[in-house]
Design a binder for this molecule. Structure first.
Ligand code: PBG
Length: 326
């Protein structure tokens, strides 16, 4: 008795309680991280043109926002800063009074239980918009490392729980780990954007963070989209350098990479459901072409099913609000 008609897979799909009983994957609010954009200035809450429903906040308006996030049960936020002052070496990224450093302190005061993750990268802070120092028109790896380490350290000093380098320089996890340990921050974790692809799906984010490269593109440091073995080598390298958690980015077009990394490595794995993935759903929903109340849970579930433990997503707040309604 091995096949049809005795075997009928539809039996367990007959009612919702039966389906729920055998459901293999679920997404919980506790798996989600909500990105926040912080601008310099006062009393600012600006909707981002390329990302409907997502705002940039000035530090003074953060307390209300993070209290709401914490109340929804979202465990963590990921911070991006948009500084007023940009220069060749991104000095606003590691200034002790920089916009992210101030934001970390404000969040820790108003919602101390919220995990604060910070994006460690120079692209929002450099006048040329690249993720590192430019030497002869090329992003110089080794001159960038100390600046990234300085940035991560200044975030730890301000009270960040996890620093997340997203620049794709070689050796940055090692540099950051050493800088943190030397300064007495051996308890601060590194979430490494180990496999970050040179993707078109970051475009709405670049408008949000004012971080579009002024010349060229990021293909000389981010991974070429057709490659998956290279992603495994990146992860291997970052784990060896001391990354506590690994991130794959983007998520949706790279579910195979998430799955392969999950099968090969045992460290906690995060996936970044990036701005372009968010915007595609929002645009289709606005046109009436897609029911986002169903599309978003399906997308988040797919990312978890592929193997992610944690999902960074702009949908976190709405997903959490819908969970409260059902
Ligand atoms: C900065 C950074 C980017 C994103 C996160 N950190 C942009 C980029 O590399 O161009 C993209 C996030 C998103 O699209 O939601 N290096």
């Amino acid at each position: 008795m091995t096949g049809f008609p005795q075997l009928r897979l539809r039996r367990l799909r007959r009612t919702e309680p039966l389906r729920a009983l055998v459901r293999e994957t679920s997404v919980e609010v506790g798996d989600l991280v909500y990105p926040l954009f912080i601008v310099e200035g006062n009393n600012l809450k600006q909707e981002i043109a390329s990302m409907p429903g997502i705002f940039r906040y000035s530090v003074d308006l953060l307390p209300q926002e993070v209290e709401e996030i914490a109340k929804l049960g979202i465990p963590a936020v990921l911070l991006f800063g948009i500084p007023e002052h940009k220069d060749e070496v991104g000095s606003a990224a590691y200034h002790p009074e920089g916009v992210v450093q101030q934001a970390i302190r404000a969040i820790k005061q108003s919602a101390p239980e919220l995990i604060v993750i910070t994006d460690v990268c120079l692209c929002e802070y450099t006048s040329h918009g690249h993720c590192g120092v430019i030497v002869d028109g090329y992003v110089d790896n080794d001159q960038t490392l100390p600046l990234l380490a300085r940035t991560a350290l200044s975030h730890a000093e301000a009270g960040a729980d996890i620093v997340a380098p997203s620049d794709m320089m070689d050796g940055r996890v090692k540099s950051i780990r050493e800088a943190l340990d030397e300064a007495g921050f051996n308890h601060i974790s590194i979430l490494s954007y180990a496999a970050k692809y040179a993707s078109v799906f970051y475009e709405p984010f670049r408008v949000a963070a004012e971080a579009t490269p002024q010349f060229g593109d990021r293909r000389s440091y981010q991974i070429d989209p057709p490659n998956w073995r290279e992603a495994l080598r990146e992860v291997e390298q970052d784990v060896a350098e001391g990354a506590d958690m690994i991130l794959i980015k983007p998520a949706l077009a790279y579910l195979d990479v998430i799955h392969r990394v999950r099968n090969t490595f045992n460290c906690p794995l995060a996936a970044y459901n990036v701005s372009g993935e968010f915007t595609m759903v929002k645009a289709a929903a606005r046109c009436g072409w897609l029911d986002e109340r169903r599309a978003i849970p399906e997308i988040l579930t797919a990312i978890k099913r592929a193997g992610a433990d944690v999902i960074i997503t702009y949908h976190a707040k709405e997903f959490a609000q819908w969970q409260l309604l059902t």
